[in-house]
Design a protein around this ligand. Structure first.
Ligand code: IVH
Length: 668
């Protein structure tokens, strides 16, 4: 295929893929199977690889761009992004309607929309291309989060409208993504997000767009900021128009001709809210007629033509029947409230973590109490308070035991911790939790070996330590309940192939304190083999960028234990791979070439080399390529039409090379 043919093919593939993506992500109505999309995307990638100079920013292959940013640029909003006044009950809503109609003397129509619990964003398109996306910030100035927003597949990278247009809406994390994310974080021993809104905001505040891309965010657009062609007379028509322009709008909006209808809508969604696949925290009511909106205008903080009805957090009362204790992998003993089953925000709740004894005491929670339950962030059940006035006198205060409920050894409170721990390394509860962690997705990822099977194998006495997993035999597995030939064979082959896992999976699976999946990867890339890591000193560990004091300490302590040395020896004998298999870290001496150890920024167009090629060359020589110019930048390579990055480099006095000089340096 020559270049002209490639160009033509690329254009037609892009158009087709954009159409498929629109159908899938915006309209929720795909016309082709996923495999068709994937196949066309692969085809596009192949041609783009062959002709990298034909890659454009709006290609669906370019959603995740370049290197992590060093910070977010500030964006001044051309029209301020205001917030809404609140209504908490029927009266507040009637007052809003009355004020609005007094101001205009017209019969008013309203548009009711769901108030999506995410964060407000604005998207700017110029010449039909998505050029900028920002957060609301303080309403006047937001942050440039373009590279993160580009990863959201329902945001079109190009639209048919060529005049400059700014659209506004809400970015959010669907429940499904939120639950998956927190599950993964739990496995990695990372702090959990309290609710989908925090998770969405946290994801969009990441400097590395690959993280945002992995979080499965979505958007609903509901407004237009700046647009010279803005002529529709009503908000309802504007919503239709946004949809026509290719933007994802929420289909649940409704035009209401009276405040009674508004109240019906509010009542309906108060009940239906738990069945939505995303979080809403209220209803937004807007005057439909845009002329009237303009007449009503704004107060200092918010428009007079709209209001947000806020749902109360649902609270229910139930009986706390008992307090159970569970022992985690690290020995922490956690009290859990066992509740009379009760429905809260859509699901039945029968357990809620009480975290620790101090908290139980502070809330004066007793066994047998009637307690108020709510879902924090409408997801995680929480005991809010006990209803002390309803006590009969038979309620019993709770005391943490002095001994581990699983193994009977004495519990200890480590320095600066509220939690009580069992420190018996042979505690069966901890061993089981440790085994569950070892086989989990981000660790050894042994499919078919979930929590249930582990518990079954453990209680049958077939496994005790992680090494035992690799000694399981077909015959003994076949004797287990609910284990057919096929599942046994699948399980054995999953165990078999896990022996080949790269070092970081094993390291994470071992469950070394403070070593999550990310730190395990860092250790594996730095040390490459288990042998070297076992010998690593505190100084060597702490010298690594992402390894902190606590982590370094914990690794040294861990490998100093005889029991660990024996375990690793055993795993080696069982033929588990002990080496890192991923891409190698550059090991070029710092002064061996002009790029070694240097931070380089590429800007502008180059004639002889594509960006990915240049990046690869620099990295192979031990340099690091980043996306924006700062004081930390050592060299800026400026191709043709280099813009603001070039100016910044001049301002900061950074070494600048043109393409010719760059190539000379590469060759020299
Ligand atoms: S309209 C002038 N519509 O709620 C403000 N806002 O305090 C126009 N929100 O910051 C906002 N869903 O982040 C509007 N359907 C919706 C919304 C919505 C969520 C958020 C938005 C805004 C806040 C209002």
């Amino acid at each position: 295929m020559d270049k002209a043919q490639a160009q033509e093919k690329i254009e037609s593939l892009k158009a087709l893929l954009n159409q498929y993506a629109h159908e899938y992500y915006v309209l929720d109505h795909p016309s082709v199977p996923d495999s068709e999309y994937d196949q066309k995307l692969e085809e596009l990638k192949k041609i783009e690889n062959q002709y990298p100079e034909l890659i454009t920013n709006d290609s669906p292959t370019q959603r995740i761009g370049g290197e992590p940013l060093e910070g977010f640029r500030k964006i001044q909003h051309s029209i301020p992004m205001l917030s809404l006044g609140n209504a908490f009950n029927e009266q507040d809503l009637r007052d809003f309607a009355r004020r609005a109609s007094q101001g205009t003397n017209k019969d008013l129509a309203f548009v009711c929309e769901l108030k999506i619990d995410g964060l407000a964003i604005t998207l700017t398109y110029e010449n039909g291309k998505f050029v900028r996306g920002a957060t609301r910030g303080d309403g006047t100035t937001g942050e440039d989060i373009t590279s993160n927003l580009r990863t959201i597949k329902s945001i079109p990278l190009s639209i048919q409208e060529t005049r400059k247009i700014e659209v506004r809406g809400e970015a959010y994390m669907p429940h499904k993504s939120f639950l998956a994310l927190n599950k993964q974080r739990e496995e990695n021993r990372e702090e959990l997000f309290a609710n989908p809104r925090n998770a969405a905001a946290g994801s969009l505040r990441q400097l590395d767009p690959r993280i945002a891309a992995s979080r499965n965010l979505d958007v609903f657009l509901y407004g237009i900021g700046e647009w010279e062609a803005d002529t529709v007379p009503t908000h309802s028509e504007r919503l239709t128009q946004l949809k026509k322009l290719g933007f994802r709008t929420n289909p649940e909006w409704k035009k209401c001709n009276s405040i009674e209808e508004v109240l019906e809508y509010v009542e309906y969604w108060t009940k239906e809210r738990p069945n939505l696949p995303y979080e809403i925290d209220g209803i937004v009511i807007k005057i439909d007629d845009l002329q009237t909106q303009e007449e009503l205008g704004f107060t200092v903080k918010s428009p007079r033509w709209a209001i947000a009805y806020k749902f109360p957090a649902e609270e229910v009362v139930t009986k706390l029947k008992d307090i159970e204790l569970s022992v985690g992998r690290t020995g922490v003993v956690t009290p859990t409230a066992i509740l009379e089953p009760v429905k809260v925000a859509g699901t039945t709740v029968q357990r809620a973590s009480l975290h620790n004894e101090d908290l139980i005491r502070a809330k004066d929670i007793r066994i047998g109490d009637m307690v108020v339950i709510k879902k924090a962030g409408d997801i995680i059940p929480e005991v809010v308070r006990s209803l002390t006035e309803q006590r009969s006198g038979s309620e019993e205060p709770f005391h943490m035991p002095e001994e581990c409920p699983a193994c009977g050894s004495e519990l200890v409170r480590l320095e600066e911790e509220v939690a009580l721990r069992c420190i018996n390394p042979n505690c069966p509860a901890q061993l089981q939790e440790g085994l569950i962690h070892f086989v989990s997705r981000n660790a050894m990822n042994i499919e078919g070996l979930g929590e249930k099977v582990i518990n079954q194998l453990f209680s049958e006495g077939l496994i005790h330590t992680i090494a035992d997993i690799y000694r399981l035999e077909r015959d003994e597995l076949l004797k287990l309940e609910r284990m057919g030939e096929k599942s046994v064979d699948n399980l054995l082959s999953a165990i078999e192939s896990s022996r080949e896992n790269s070092l970081e999976r094993l390291l994470f699976g071992l469950g070394i304190r403070f070593i999550g999946a990310k730190a395990a990867k860092t250790l594996a890339t730095e040390f490459e083999t288990m042998d070297k890591l076992q010998k690593a000193t505190y100084e060597e560990l702490i010298a690594i960028d992402e390894i902190g004091d606590k982590m370094a300490d914990s690794v040294v302590q861990y490998f100093a234990e005889d029991k660990v040395t024996d375990l690793i020896k055993e795993l080696k004998e069982l033929q588990l791979n002990m080496e890192y298999k991923g891409p190698k870290r550059a090991t070029v001496a710092v002064d061996s070439n002009p790029f070694a150890g240097k931070t380089v920024v590429l800007t502008g167009k180059m004639e002889k080399m594509s960006r990915p090629e240049a990046k690869e060359k620099i990295e192979s020589l031990g340099g690091k390529v980043t996306g924006s110019v700062s004081k930390k930048t050592d060299i800026v390579i400026a191709g043709e039409d280099a813009g603001s990055k070039y100016d910044k480099a001049v301002e900061l006095g950074i070494t600048i090379w043109n393409e010719e000089e760059f190539i000379k340096m590469l060759e020299g």
